[in-house]
Design a protein around this ligand. Structure first.
Ligand SMILES: [Zn+2]
Length: 222
């Protein structure tokens, strides 16, 4: 389940070499009030991020998802109920992805084709179904371990210890354990990380923006 492993098929994990771009990604939302607090922090810094949403929370609070989209952020599919797809059949994976897609479509209409597997778990059958549905799997190469973090400092250290440029950073604005789960630490660390890296000349981009840069560089190199 290594997030950057490619042996089960290609997934996007960030830029191939050091660059002055970073992509912030948030999983398991929408979540109240932490998604809204996060939107305030991102707006304050004029930064756009990428959110991987759980369908059942989308169904519960489509209004929060509309706020995320109206603020200019990118949203993607994180399944309906957040199962570990490694242990699910192709049919079950398909059902989870379609249910989430439908919930997001009902809330905001068209959205990105990005997908992030819960727990990063995937195997060939998972990725086959993902591709059949036209979805693009997105992993990460830096995590704040914010699902079990004792403090804001802890999350900040986990991230800053790994950032080299061109990274996809995994954080959480929600939790599959419960709607309303406390993510205030992830919101605060976002504020700190943006201030820190902007001061060092980094630009924060969405995952699709980072992907476009990568493919431009690839075609320029060939
Ligand atoms: Zn998740």
């Amino acid at each position: 389940m290594a997030p950057t492993g490619q042996w089960y098929g290609r997934t996007f994990t960030g830029m191939p070499r050091t660059s002055k771009h970073l992509a912030l990604t948030y999983d398991d939302g929408p979540n109240e009030p932490h998604t809204q607090r996060l939107l305030e922090v991102l707006a304050k810094h004029d930064v756009k991020a990428t959110f991987f949403l759980m369908g059942k929370y989308v169904q519960q609070r489509p209004d929060i998802v509309r706020e995320v989209v109206q603020a200019g952020h990118v949203i993607g599919n994180h399944t309906f109920t957040h199962p570990n797809l490694f242990y699910r059949s192709g049919r079950q994976v398909r059902e989870e992805l379609l249910q989430c897609r439908q919930a997001i479509t009902d809330a905001v209409g068209e959205h990105s084709n990005l997908f992030r597997p819960p727990f990063g778990a995937r195997r060939p059958v998972t990725l086959r179904v993902v591709r059949q549905l036209g979805l693009v799997p997105v992993m990460w190469n830096v995590t704040g371990y914010d699902w079990s973090a004792p403090s804001v400092d802890y999350i900040e250290k986990k991230v800053t210890g790994k950032v080299r440029g061109g990274n996809v950073i995994l954080l959480h604005d929600g939790s599959h354990r419960a709607f309303g789960y406390d993510r205030s630490r992830s919101v605060i660390v976002t504020d700190r990380l943006i201030a820190k890296y902007k001061a060092q000349g980094y630009a924060f981009v969405t995952v699709p923006e980072m992907m476009r840069t990568v493919s431009r560089q690839a075609s320029a190199a060939s």
